[in-house]
Write a protein of this length. Sequence first.
Length: 314
Amino acid sequence: MTALVAPALALLIGLLFETGLGLSYFGQSKRVIALACERSTKPSRTLTPSDQERRQSVLDTFDTLVRSSNQEVTSRDVSIDWLDTDVSAHFKYKTAFVNLLGFNAVEYDLAYECTGIPPYPHDGEVVLSSSLQKTDGSNLKLANNRQPASPDGCWAVYKPTDFGWAGGEGPGVEIQDWSYQWCRNYYRWTGLPPADFPTRYAIELDSYSNSSMYKQIELHPGKYEIGVWYNGRNQAYVGSNQIDVSLQKTRPELGSYEIIISMSQDSSEIRWQYYKYSIEVDTYSVYNLKLAAAAKSDLVGGVISSLSVKYLDR
């Protein structure tokens, strides 16, 4: 009896071991492919905007995770379509027992689909700030009206790409330096800013003619606060100092610009003032945020500084 039962028992134990090994590998593969897929929703869209970059991130994560397994991956593929990610792979592992019966390897396919958006910002988080520095981090050189008291000069016209924005229309953006008293006196048409004026630089969008500048920003559904210092300039130019803030949805399809804020001052308000505007976003996307001189183009426009976009809550 022992002689008859022993081979059958050994075969049963071997099959149970092989089944457990297979289930272990299968479960491990499912975790790897799921974790790699979920990786596509983690990076911010403004830091990793293209689907191709995000696809490569998923592949890199998959390859790193699968190295800890004794399995062989004979093929793998990832496709990303905006918020949808599909991962597929063909796995192969060597058998530990049934190779005695002529089965040297087990092969199987897995596929996983995930959909989602990158994590929401924290409540109160600033998601865009209009710092005006050159792309290498150095200060802008403003060659005009250079004085001993203002060695960098008081103003110059730059392309938006020169100070970290994505682009714009028109001949350029005038950057003004308000850190030197001599320059402040030169800009006497605005009056001196208040003591809490927070920045060195201000922007005029109608230096040579009406111009604009835009930057990409990732916005989640929820409420936002846009803050900006604004000055309508000399009373003689009331009616030409309007600045519009617009949003354009870029994904999954390019939309049109929609004006969300129009700033202007009449003759009784011409001074530096800090404005706060509340907006609500209902669709997750990467948007172009555009600042543009509006109304009359007469080489004299309103001036803004320290634009910021803060996420409030869902």
